[in-house]
Design a binder for this molecule. Structure first.
Ligand SMILES: [Zn+2]
Ligand SMILES: [Zn+2]
Length: 277
């Protein structure tokens, strides 16, 4: 169905390195990256431009606009969000979404990946603080760093990967600031860990596009939502954690229900509105 197609990829951050190969292997498809597409119009990680809508809406909008701006039938976009993992406490998580827009058949498929495999972190330092351990923890060098002023919240520098450069920027920053923030640069080309997750997600998307509906044989059958609520393992109260994932057809009403990927059958007390209100 998708053999030899050309797909526009909305990225300025070299995501073709993670997405091209799975699409080439499966469909002999060509990923085209325009060199002037402004993905920052949808907001940036670093907060210079606030994101106007949810990651889910943004990832669809990004692909749709690339398809229409460059005249393609097919488009791909990706969005990552970083923060506390949604179900594992005190662990940073990366939620990645990838969208595939098919204007010929008029549908959009979204795949997602939630992972703890991320170096997402920050450290606030004063002139007296050592930070070598932080650099080690975030794999500085192979992974880039951003420097931010805590007085103004403005970015001082981004994409730093050289130690000498870092030291000299830190030193000069302390001439007019008391505290600065070192934060991981989460842009894909600055973050090989994230690039790996995007590659994993691209493979998932390819498999999704290959999978046909049992009933009507339309392509793109897969997970679309979740349903049901897990009960608290200690008192039996309903929690906000879902019970089943729902796989649906994008054309007809055929659905399949599966247990959670993490095999959880009961929720931990910490998610219980009664045990942990
Ligand atoms: Zn169907
Ligand atoms: Zn409970």
């Amino acid at each position: 169905m998708y053999n030899d197609i050309k797909i526009v990829l909305a990225t300025k951050h070299k995501k073709e390195n993670a997405i091209q190969k799975p699409f080439e292997d499966a469909f002999n498809a060509t990923i085209v990256v325009p060199n002037d597409y402004d993905t920052d119009q949808f907001g940036t990680f670093t907060g210079e431009i606030p994101r106007p809508s949810s990651a889910y809406d943004t990832v669809i909008k990004k692909a749709n606009e690339a398809a229409s701006q460059y005249g393609f039938d097919y488009a791909i976009a990706n969005e990552g969000s970083f923060g506390p993992h949604p179900t594992i406490f005190f662990v940073p998580g990366d939620i990645e979404l990838i969208s595939f827009v098919d204007n010929k058949n008029d549908f959009v498929v979204i795949e997602s990946e939630i992972t703890t495999e991320t170096n997402y972190a920050h450290r606030d330092i004063t002139i007296a603080d050592e930070y070598a351990d932080f650099l080690e923890k975030i794999n500085f060098g192979s992974h880039g760093l951003i420097l931010r002023s805590l007085d103004t919240n403005a970015i001082i520098a981004k994409g730093i990967t050289q130690l000498e450069e870092l030291h000299s920027i830190v030193k000069s920053s302390f001439k007019n600031q008391s505290t600065i923030r070192l934060e991981t640069d989460m842009r894909a080309m600055m973050n090989p860990t994230r690039m790996r997750i995007i590659n994993k997600l691209a493979i998932k998307l390819v498999q999704r596009l290959q999978k046909k509906c049992f009933q009507c044989k339309a392509h793109g059958f897969g997970k679309t939502s979740v349903t049901g609520k897990l009960l608290c393992g200690s008192c039996g109260t309903e929690t906000e954690l879902y019970k089943f994932k729902v796989l649906s057809c994008i054309k007809c009403d055929y659905q399949e229900f599966y247990p959670r990927a993490d095999k959880l059958e009961y929720a931990d007390q910490q998610y219980c509105p009664y045990c942990n209100p």
